[in-house]
Design a binder for this molecule. Sequence first.
Ligand code: NAD
Length: 319
Amino acid sequence: MKNNGFTKKVAVIGTGFVGMSFAYAALCFGACDEMVLIDINKEKANGEAMDLNHGLAFARTNMKITAGDYRDCTDADIIVLCAGVSQKPGEDRISLLQRNREVFQSIVAPVLYSGFDGVFLIATNPVDIMTRVVWQESGFDCKKVIGSGTTLDTARLRYLLGDYFTVDPKNVHAYVIGEHGDSEMVPWSQAMIGTKPIREILRENPETYKCDDLKEIAVNVRRAGYKIIQAKSATYYGIGLALVRIVKSIFSDENSVLTVSTMLRGEYGVNGVFAGVPCILGRNGVREILTLKLEEEEQKQFANSCGLLDSVWKDTFLS
Ligand code: NAD
């Protein structure tokens, strides 16, 4: 932590739906001591800071909330990057790449100029590739450049499985891995209720639980973003809470396991690609990747998702 070591400071860049859902949840949860809001639209950032400050009297912790600029990143511990364009109904995440890359180019340089040396946490889509962009532009250790990855998809999966098996989602241990997007996958061989494999539960209760239902749940997780955007034009509460969960895990040095987007360096036979995988998260970012023992077909699917992310990267930036 760079500042006095006691103050937990977050800079939120991009005060749109996602940035402000994070900021509001961070205030409600007391996730940090200081929060600075930065946006190309300064008036919006100012208004948002005023609005949040007016809730301080009801919040359970005190927090210094201001609108600022990139110089304020100098002593931030974590930058939450939510700036950029979002999907329109029917649009996929990859199609945002070129536009959001330009947005990020205007952000990362002044952030580095401020002297920031904390953890970058990226939410902007396509999140795995945007995280790779920040890693490349910043030159930071890859452990300190994290994407929200499949954290939200994993939460959606746990919610739907909890509902299906009538079990508290907190006791559902299952992950979505790979791209936060159309090629993401669920390694069912690693899915448990408590410590009991879900497949074993299916085998023991063939009348109640069906393999096809699980497939449908995976599809619903993958399509959730599209459905919400169709219905209300944007998704933000879920990701706002997911970002708070990640930030808390970093600040408290929790060493929690979350499926953030991180750079794979040989894990699962993949090199140089950022993708969502279960990681142990501590004070300095990703402490280590928790490598799952995937079955052959799962490994193929995961490699396919990473291959897609890599080829989009190469086609866009190297050709
Ligand atoms: P939004 O349009 O509401 O907000 C974007 C904000 O970025 C705006 O306030 C805008 O002024 C600001 N901005 C644009 N260019 C900027 C620049 N150059 N410098 C500083 N600020 C700039 O969009 P949103 O709904 O908040 O979505 C933000 C991003 O988050 C999108 O890319 C969206 O796809 C993504 N998203 C990710 C997840 C996830 O799971 N990772 C979930 C939902 C949305």
